[in-house]
Design a protein around this ligand. Sequence first.
Ligand code: 13P
Length: 249
Amino acid sequence: MARKKIIAGNWKMNMTPSEAVALVNTLKPLVVNDEVDVVFCVPAIDIIPVLQAAEGSNIQVGAENMYYEEKGAYTGEISPAMLTDVGVKYVVLGHSERREYFAETDATVNKKVLKAFEHGITPIICCGETLTQREQGVTMDFIRQQVKIAFQGVTADQAKTAVIAYEPIWAIGTGKTATTAQAQEVCAGIRACIAEVYDEATAEAIRIQYGGSVNAATAPELFAQPDIDGGLVGGASLKPDFGKIVNYK
Ligand code: 13P
């Protein structure tokens, strides 16, 4: 069965709740495309207003992060139950910005992935190399390690429903999209890694996105690659351009 594409916006730390509602109202008529899953991953404070504004559309709402404990004395964190209670279906985990600025590690990402599955939330698990790693020729070694640790303890049935976002760090927010060949090569490598860890059926089912300076011009070729099942879009998800990305065909 063909994998359904998943195109997600990652708003990062942008959009106040009132700006968020205005953006959803602008994008709503532009992202009508039942053939793809459309997810807006938004700051925690925007989740409820975005859910309300998106009602009646095919926009699904995701969080940008989540903690791995159930509840308790973890000031400033968001629990999985808080997300599911309002209808959040996806959560971005292990974004390179969280790894760089907020001390996320492969081990904490793994704990969050397990917790997300426990609560029926689909994790969008991020991985990606630095420019130095690419130049040193260790891209695939590094990403295989990130992926293998993120999936420790995850069953094949769970892994089939997961989303992996391959985001080379050097391509994020830089305007430097990876070439289509580079993106396809790594996404194929990630799928092969999943096949090794699990089996072919799991590798065939899991969805792998590319992220890093995706825009309306680069999306069609990227998303046409056999192992690229959509995108995780930063800057361009805050603009009407996102409508063109969702309707990339
Ligand atoms: P940009 O699309 O702004 O490069 O961001 C990519 C990203 O980090 C999405 O998670």
